[in-house]
Design a protein around this ligand. Structure first.
Ligand code: LP5
Ligand code: MN
Length: 243
């Protein structure tokens, strides 16, 4: 009995080492498990389900083969791939979940999310997030040709990397009081998220009861997987193979 959680792979055609590690993961240890949860930022950037590059086809095929083999796969949007939509879901069999979802993890109610919504001190990001999650703005964006969308996406990526250099580490981490508030709101004592690229297990108190926050790691230097079974959860790494 195993459930796996991953996030922040930032898959792109420019990083064949990450892609190879992910495809290996999908065809080996993800087989036969109870469920696979991808908590956002699977892709470096997603500009629409109509972006049918051979690279995207390869990733979609890996999900299709896994879901066809009987493993339920779930996805929560990240801040890089919040435009993944219904067509991706139909092509892969991956089920899209709401941004804050409570799952029963072997008897423990667990709140799963990407993690960006917890970074409330990053006011610039939260303002930006509201705009790009606006349905009308997204509708307008999808009217643009793919090449324009790619150019806008590239500009936003470089704008983001630049502004991130000026932000402090604490602004870019989750806000502790927001974590407690959201866990209390959902009445859970376990939370799993990614986004911050700071893999760890934190103990905290929610309504005076001990709780835990598990942070998934990114896939920049190595793969990162949270392995859960009825005994508990363990953060593990996976090596990239030399290309
Ligand atoms: O992603 P990362 O790690 O660099 O930083 C994130 C936050 N940044 C983002 C922006 C994404 O990287 C861009 C993704 C592109 C998606 C595809 C295109 C979609 C278009 C949709 C239109 C409907 O999420 C960053 C956080 C950081 O995490 C830590 O939490 O701080 O937030 C920002 O950088 C937000 C900035 O403060 C403001 C955004 C700058 C965008 C630049 C605008 C350029 C406009 C050009 C367009 C014409
Ligand atoms: Mn993210």
């Amino acid at each position: 009995m195993t459930t796996l959680f991953i996030s922040d792979l930032h898959l792109s055609a420019d990083r064949p080492d990450i892609t190879a590690c992910f495809l290996h993961f999908m065809s080996t240890e993800a087989r036969g498990i109870d469920a696979l949860y991808v908590l956002g930022d699977l892709f470096e950037m997603w500009i629409g389900d109509d972006d049918d590059s051979p690279f995207h086809q390869q990733i979609k095929t890996a999900f299709r083969q896994l879901t066809d083999s009987g493993v339920p796969c779930y996805f929560i949007h990240g801040n890089r791939d919040f435009l993944i939509g219904k067509r991706f879901n139909q092509e892969t069999g991956v089920q899209l979940l709401p941004e804050h979802t409570v799952v029963d993890l072997y008897g423990t109610p667990t709140l799963i999310l990407h993690g960006d919504t917890l970074c409330t001190l990053d006011e610039g990001y939260q303002r930006y997030r509201k705009k790009v999650h606006n349905r009308f703005i997204q509708w307008l964006f999808f009217r643009l040709p793919l090449s324009y969308r790619q150019r806008i996406g590239d500009k936003m990526r470089s704008g983001s990397s630049q502004t991130n250099q000026t932000k402090s580490q604490s602004i870019m981490d989750v806000t502790p009081t927001e974590v407690v508030r959201v866990m209390a709101e959902h009445q859970v004592r376990q939370m799993i998220h990614g986004h911050t690229h700071r893999p760890d297990v934190h103990t905290l108190f929610v309504d005076e009861k001990a709780a835990s926050r598990i942070v998934l790691g990114d896939w920049y230097d190595h793969g990162s997987v949270l392995v859960c079974n009825p005994q508990g959860c363990q953060l593990e790494t996976r090596d990239f193979q030399p290309q």
